[in-house]
Design a protein around this ligand. Structure first.
Ligand code: GLN
Length: 223
């Protein structure tokens, strides 16, 4: 039985919104505590993504300018293999700017339209008034404690299509767009959210949930 798990952290040198990189490190710590071995690879522009290797993928948030820099590589260099991995159930966490880039497109504040990976049925349009502050939502996931929290900081408004489900329902803050009370997305084993501030350290039940999904995918017997 496989004991070592691999996580690909995408574009840590570009999408490096403060504290987002705490997420892969926290996941690693938690996985090691449950007896697994865990290794994190940093993949940046030009690096190929090996869909056979990775159990987890993480992509964080960043400025519009950083999103522009990585979007071409995301589609042209990593696109086919990353899409394949997501469709095959790789466990993936996407925060804010990284979440936006999984959708069909992101139109930034200057009106520049970036194509996303296109694996998620959603799109994001930026508006001049930034959304910033505490975010609390109730996750639509099988967790004992479903109330999750974080800090949101985005200009983009994300609108979900019919083929994806929201991650949860907003209790405090704006979430995806400030209008429909949805927050984040879930699709197969991918979770996207606007919650910064160390999402997994603040909500360790999600880290454990992601580890459980990855173990299930590798055929571990669950209690
Ligand atoms: N640039 C994106 C926006 O403003 C994402 C910001 C972020 O990741 N914090 O919506």
């Amino acid at each position: 039985m496989k004991k070592k798990f691999y996580l690909a952290h995408l574009y840590p040198d570009y999408l490096n919104f403060p504290r987002d990189s705490d997420n892969p490190n926290f996941l690693k710590r938690r996985a090691i505590e449950t007896g697994l071995e865990f290794e994190i690879d940093h993949l940046t522009i030009g690096d190929l993504f090996d869909p056979e290797k990775y159990d987890f993928v993480f992509i964080g948030g960043g400025a519009d300018s950083a999103q522009r820099k990585v979007s071409d590589d995301l589609i042209k260099i990593k696109g086919v293999s990353l899409r394949q991995a997501i469709e095959d159930g790789v466990v993936m966490l996407c925060i804010c700017g990284g979440y936006q880039l999984m959708g069909q497109r992101y139109v930034d504040l200057e009106g520049y339209e970036m194509k996303g990976l296109g694996v998620l049925d959603l799109e994001t349009i930026a508006e001049p008034e930034r959304i910033a502050g505490d975010l609390q939502f109730e996750a639509d996931l099988p967790l004992a404690d479903r109330i999750l929290s974080g800090i949101e900081e985005h200009a983009g408004r994300t609108y979900l299509g019919k083929n994806v489900k929201p991650l949860g329902r907003v209790i405090q803050g704006s979430g995806n767009n400030g209008l429909d009370k949805t927050e984040g997305v879930q699709y197969k084993n991918l979770i996207g959210t606007y919650a910064h501030g160390g999402f997994l350290p603040n909500n360790p039940q999600i880290a454990d949930y992601l580890i459980k999904l990855a173990k299930q995918r590798q055929g571990f017997a669950m209690p």
